[in-house]
Ligand binder design. Structure first.
Ligand code: BGC
Length: 436
């Protein structure tokens, strides 16, 4: 038996289902650059120092062919990206055909490379004119969003395989209307619980309407959303109060949006980043910081907890297919990204084996990007971006991922050595050379 065949038959190799989708994601404002007409641009200009503004970002608006070529060379068979509403409709009711044509070219760039396209229609940014009228707090925004979809979808419908209506509505509400996290807030940065409820309600309405509109225009379309799902656990297992708090938080953060939009998902898009431990069995349990418990964390202080992805997948398993639409680590130590990939994929494999219908994994992100209020410091990319020259350099972890994709699974040796088996230097040089 040739050595590769032997490896395939090794029962310890984790083989994923045929047709599994493998890829990486980005979003328009985080990589394109110069999105002058949205609320984020306005917010950054008013509140952030120049070094923390999106500016020209990774200039993907111009460099998308190179990025797609890299993804293709790294064996990706799928890609998730978003279109920027504010480019297409920079002022109320005025659609810019040049930008529509640009996105047609972008999407065609993926199709020409035989990649499955997952397109996000709203990824956190609103045209400034929409934000000026109250953003998602304004009921009328659902109408505006739907009008935008009715205009754009007929133009691109042949070029998209999966439609992701909205990205992470619950996280958006938390960051924009409930106070954000320790590091900052997102526009409009107006802390107000009633607004938060209204905004989540309106985004749910917009999603349901988008679901209908897309199906009206393309009856066979696959439509869903991408939601940020966290795993939660009580520190003191005996504490009924903590357990109740876990159940309530889990419902509000993970299930509320799906409950409000029940019946309008052809698949579930899951973005997984956080494991939250709740502690202090008093009337108001708190989130325990993973660093206080000396746990492994990313450069952003987010706990590295592969078992968490198994837990959320098991919790959400039902009959509709699940795609991991985002999962990744911010780290300047690429060895950690390799370990992250292998250990999280191992848990996803375990979920599949135990009956969860997971059909794809999209790593966040393909290239380094503008991390919202944190600027450019966190490095999530499989591909390093030098922001001075805008040159791209695939990281070694990108090649480990490429090998997993090629094998449609994790070979035993890689699993055992957590990825430190490949001598990737020569290949990295070649891929980088080819693209410069
Ligand atoms: C968002 C991305 C973001 C990523 C990492 C997700 O919540 O969809 O836009 O870059 O997390 O922070």
């Amino acid at each position: 038996m040739p050595p590769e065949a032997k490896e395939k038959h090794d029962h310890n190799s984790l083989n994923f289902p045929n047709g599994f989708l493998w890829g990486a994601a980005t979003s328009a404002h985080q990589v394109e650059g110069n999105n002058y007409f949205n609320d984020w641009w306005d917010y950054e200009t008013k509140r952030f120092p120049p070094s923390r503004r999106s500016g020209k970002a990774a200039d993907q608006y111009h460099q998308y062919p190179e990025d797609f070529e890299l993804a293709k060379n790294l064996n990706h068979n799928a890609h998730r990206l978003s279109i920027e509403w504010s480019r297409i409709e920079p002022s109320e009711g005025h659609f810019n055909q040049t930008e529509i044509d640009h996105y047609k070219k972008v999407l065609k760039g993926l199709k020409d490379r035989d990649m499955v396209v997952m397109l996000t229609l709203w990824h956190f940014t609103l045209p400034k004119w929409v934000a000026d009228q109250g953003g998602w707090k304004n009921d009328q925004t659902c109408f505006y969003f739907n009008r935008f979809l009715e205009r754009i979808i007929p133009e691109i419908k042949e070029l998209v395989d999966f439609w992701i209506t909205v990205n992470e509505p619950s996280l958006y509400v938390y960051m924009s209307y409930l106070g954000g996290d320790d590091a900052g807030r997102w526009p409009p940065a107006k802390k107000n619980k009633l607004s938060a409820v209204k905004v989540l309600w309106n985004i749910s309405r917009a999603h349901k309407k988008a679901y209908q509109t897309i199906h009206k225009l393309i009856p066979s379309a696959k439509v869903g959303s991408a939601d940020n799902i966290s795993s939660f656990e009580a520190t003191h297992k005996h504490s009924v109060l903590e357990q109740l708090y876990v159940a309530l938080t889990d419902f509000l953060a993970n299930h509320l949006f799906f409950t409000l939009t029940k019946g309008s998902h052809d698949f579930l898009g899951i973005n997984y980043y956080f494991n939250r431990r709740l502690g202090n069995p008093s009337l108001s349990p708190k989130i325990i910081s993973p660093t206080d418990q000396k746990r492994e964390v990313s450069d952003l202080g987010w706990e590295v907890y592969p078992e968490g992805i198994f837990e959320v997948l098991a919790d959400l398993s039902d009959h509709i297919p699940i795609y991991i639409t985002e999962c990744g680590i911010a780290s300047t130590n690429d060895d950690r990204r390799t370990r992250f990939l292998i250990s999280y994929l191992q848990e996803i494999y375990r979920a599949i084996e135990s009956g969860v219908n997971v059909r794809g994994f999209i790593y966040w992100s393909l290239i380094d990007n503008f991390e919202w209020h944190r600027g450019f410091t966190p490095r999530f990319g499989l591909i390093d971006v030098n922001y001075k020259t805008e040159r791209r350099y695939p990281r070694p972890s990108a090649l480990v991922y490429a090998e997993i994709i090629k094998q449609n699974g994790i070979p035993h040796k890689m699993l055992k050595l957590l990825g430190h088996t490949l001598n990737v230097k020569k290949e990295l040089k070649e891929i980088t050379k080819k693209n410069h």
